[in-house]
Design a protein around this ligand. Structure first.
Ligand code: FRU
Length: 476
């Protein structure tokens, strides 16, 4: 370990220990969403299943709840509901990444866990624009136990990206196909078009540029966090594009994330489907687990488009943002559905049955609502803080002034035309809503005022259950 790594490790440990002392009085902390021990969290990174445990790494800025210098944090779990915080595996401590260890992915090969990620160097000048004020190399480390990693090596040097790209090239996602390895990198071209670069390797060490995937019509200026995977014989490309114009029902946040189903690498911008219709969802990553499931985790947090929202947890409790619940992805009628992994059901505690006579229910906190209904219109209110409505094809989530902290409503279209099933998982300051078994999903942070809540159900032919949700263990 270098002297710099040693100093950073000591400082991180100190700040995490200090934060742990005030945990009891932090009322906005989450019980079933992974969050940072202190400071800031953004993208999920390095998702994988390795030697009997799930690994969830994340973008972590421990010293500043408003962002800043990026490290990787690390949780692991045997069952996706009891977690162990593994500390910081990657520090910004080398000549290639001392201004941030940016996002990346994992691949398991020959009993080793390999991580690929972006090392970020900011140069003098306008590094957020299309000159060379940034050096973004792709780096690699490996591990035999999933916790301790080898020294960093350069996999793709920042000087080796194609000529027509800026230095906004990042977020490697690596996979194997046949005997070869492939890597997708998100990029911004010099003509301000977003695209994905594909690299190829035979040994995970030497990488050659293979091809580019982009749209004919421009579709945003930058594509972050690409993920290319196969599902039921279809190729899906997930991206997080920046620079799309807001529409009434789509692209309502500052940045978007969604996917294309690819046909021979050709993509039509009209076929882009957003992953999530809530206020807080970005930069998702998927992986395949030992059971052959494709699991997705996203970042629940985004800068505000209206610039009126401030997440109260940063000021009040010194931390900000969380990850979504792990969701299983399945393909139905040309769309990818997302649904909480079945392991989440282990968190269900006390239960209350809902029928036609039970329409105002005092609930535990946190809780889960699992409903079937047969009604054109439906309205579900959680206290005075949150209201969800569906009317035919239109769905709408509204937050009160207090609970929205500056944010008001998000609308969505239900492609199949009507709401028949709804599942809502309500955490202390986060809510995930799944319509029709994951056809449409909405993820949002919210900040309710009261400690007790009454759920009010207004719909016809409604039946189902409300469950108390127990805490996931081990969330720092
Ligand atoms: C997406 C992103 C990535 C980058 C990381 C830095 O939220 O901007 O493109 O690697 O965050 O934290």
């Amino acid at each position: 370990m270098s002297a710099l790594t040693g100093i950073l490790a000591t400082e991180v440990r100190k700040i995490e220990e200090t934060a742990a002392m005030s945990r009891e009085i932090q009322k906005q902390r989450l019980t079933h969403h992974l969050m940072p021990p202190t400071g800031w969290l953004n993208d999920p990174n390095g998702l994988c299943y390795f030697k009997g445990r799930y690994h969830v790494f994340f973008q972590y800025a421990p010293f500043d709840a408003e962002g800043g210098l990026k490290f990787w944090g690390h949780y692991s779990s045997e069952d996706l509901v009891s977690w162990r915080y593994e500390g910081v595996p990657l520090y910004p401590d080398s000549n290639y990444d001392c201004h941030g260890v940016y996002s990346g992915s994992a691949i398991v090969e020959d009993e080793k866990l390999h991580l690929f990620f972006t090392g970020n160097i900011k140069m003098d000048g306008d590094y957020d624009y299309i000159n060379n004020g940034r050096q973004a190399s792709t780096l690699h480390v490996e591990s035999e136990d999933g916790v301790h990693f080898s020294a960093k090596e350069v996999a793709v040097d920042y000087r080796n990206y194609p000529e027509d790209y800026t230095q906004h090239v990042r977020d490697p996602k690596v996979w194997k196909d046949g005997a070869d390895y492939f890597m997708a990198l998100g990029g911004r071209k010099k003509n301000d078009q977003g695209a994905v670069l594909i690299y190829k390797s035979e040994d995970l060490k030497n990488w050659d540029y293979d091809k580019e995937i982009t749209t004919e019509e421009p579709f945003g200026y930058m594509w972050e966090c690409p993920d290319l995977f196969e599902i039921d014989g279809e190729q899906a490309l997930s991206i997080s594009p920046q620079g799309l114009e807001r529409e009434e029902y789509r692209f309502q946040n500052i940045y978007q994330s969604g996917y294309f189903l690819l046909k021979e690498d050709k993509i039509n911008v009209k076929e882009f489907q957003e992953w999530d219709m809530g206020f807080d969802f970005y930069a998702p990553q998927t992986f395949e687990d030992a059971k052959g499931r494709r699991i997705l985790i996203g970042w629940m947090g985004l800068p505000d488009v209206e610039e009126e929202y401030t997440n109260p947890t940063a000021k009040d409790e010194g931390w900000q943002h969380c990850l979504t619940i792990p969701r299983e992805i399945t393909l139905h009628d040309g769309r990818l559905y997302q649904y909480p992994v079945e392991e989440m059901e282990a968190l269900r505690g006390r239960c209350c049955e809902i029928d036609e006579t039970q329409k105002n229910i005092e609930v535990w906190k946190p809780f889960e609502l699992d409903l079937k209904l047969d009604s054109r219109k439906c309205r579900i209110s959680v206290g005075d803080d949150l209201m969800f409505e569906a009317d035919g094809r239109e769905a709408c989530l509204r937050l009160s002034e207090k609970a929205g902290a500056g944010r008001k409503q998000r609308k969505a279209v239900i492609p199949s035309g009507r709401l028949k099933e709804l599942r809502m998982l309500v955490d202390t300051t986060a809510v995930e809503i799944y319509l029709n078994h994951g056809e449409v999903v909405s993820s949002t942070r919210y900040y309710p005022g009261k400690t007790t809540q009454v759920v009010k159900l207004e719909a016809d032919k409604i039946q189902g259950h409300i469950y108390e949700l127990k805490e996931m263990t081990g969330i720092k």
